[in-house]
Design a protein around this ligand. Structure first.
Ligand code: ZN
Length: 345
């Protein structure tokens, strides 16, 4: 029997319900929608998570496509599939929750006595995430950025990998994209929530996938490739049989250590650099111009050498934000020779 808080599914069964988490002071409930698949045969537990940042919805669409096709009778192990974690943010297209202005993804393992988002994180972490062997966590560029890579936490010592890090390397490649990246510790603030998930022995693989003004051009492909990745992860975890499908044989892994930040002036952002460009220190990455006169307001130059990875803002840019990310190639994995199977027995 698969149990997630107030929800359950018997072996061979698929169920849907709302995981009871928390309510606002006026009684508005923000319970989390969850599809449970209890496999007919035993196996690991896979968790799929969309829209923990409310405006990042590629994963939500891919998870719904997946849910419509998956058959619990043909699965070894269990799946917990959540198309939208942050419902209050999703409704209004915002990253954080509108109820208390918090980012649920940063709150794990949550707090039973905290604000609404703290309570949501507490129940969601303890009832769902903590029982998963693998968490596939879909993010995207929302409305104003485009991304396409698998993201994972920096390894403590690449020459002496932990069991979780060895497994994660395989799943990062198994997902099927041609690019992956990790940020050196401290690049984007504290990793306390990610550490809490790892301490629960849940292997997290994050996707930065799609979004931006290229939605109409690339949206369908990204949703399809995101769903492809879910099936690939299940193959790697031996939950189903089948061949891997991918962008190609190679997966380039970047250490993404250079973030180009927007200066404290708003304007129309014009990117001069293109994906895969190799920039030298001081090269122009992009410009901010006055949206009405076209006058140059600022140039953004790279502070270090690096290769442009598929991550960055598209043209309408206001507020404090990163504009783009450069990386250096840490390694290139070859799917033709790499054993991608991961056992959780
Ligand atoms: Zn996100």
């Amino acid at each position: 029997m698969l149990r997630v808080g107030n929800l359950s599914a018997r072996p061979g069964e698929k169920t849907f319900g709302y995981l009871e988490t928390a309510q606002s002071r006026s009684g508005m409930r923000l319970d989390i929608p969850a599809h449970l698949f209890a496999g007919a045969e035993p196996g690991p537990t896979l968790m799929l998570q969309g829209a923990i940042h409310g405006a990042e919805i590629i994963g939500s669409l891919a998870i719904l496509d997946f849910v419509a096709k998956a058959d619990p009778k043909a699965i070894r192990g269990n799946i917990i599939a959540v198309p939208v974690v942050n419902r209050a943010g999703f409704e209004m297209g915002t990253r954080g929750s509108l109820v208390d202005d918090k980012d649920i993804s940063r709150l794990m393992p949550g707090n039973r006595d905290g604000s609404v988002s703290d309570q949501i994180a507490y129940v969601y972490f303890n009832e769902a995430i903590a029982q998963a062997d693998v968490l596939v966590d879909f993010h995207a560029g929302a409305r104003t950025a485009y991304e396409r890579y698998v993201l994972f936490s920096a390894e403590a010592d690449p020459n002496n990998l932990t069991l979780m890090e060895r497994r994660r390397r395989k799943l990062v490649v198994a997902f099927g994209l041609d690019q992956a990246a990790f940020f050196p510790p401290g690049t984007f603030g504290s990793g306390a929530a990610k550490a809490a998930i790892e301490d629960a022995n849940t292997l997290q693989v994050t996707l930065e996938f799609g979004g931006g003004t290229g939605w109409f051009k690339n949206g369908e492909d990204n949703v399809r490739d995101a769903e492809r990745g879910i099936w690939n992860i299940m193959k790697a975890m031996n939950m189903i049989d089948g061949e891997f499908e991918s962008d190609g044989p190679l997966c380039t892994v970047y250490e993404a250590g250079v973030v180009i930040w927007k200066p404290p002036v708003d304007g129309l952002f014009i990117r001069d650099a293109k994906f895969k460009d190799e920039l030298k220190t001081g090269d122009v990455y992009g410009r901010l111009v006055d949206p009405y006169t076209g006058d140059l307001l600022a140039e953004m130059r790279t502070p270090k050498d690096g290769i442009v990875i598929p991550s960055g803002q598209e043209w309408p840019t206001v507020g404090a934000t990163s504009i783009g990310i450069l990386g250096s190639i840490e390694r290139v994995e070859d799917r033709r020779t790499m054993d991608l199977s991961v056992s959780f027995e």
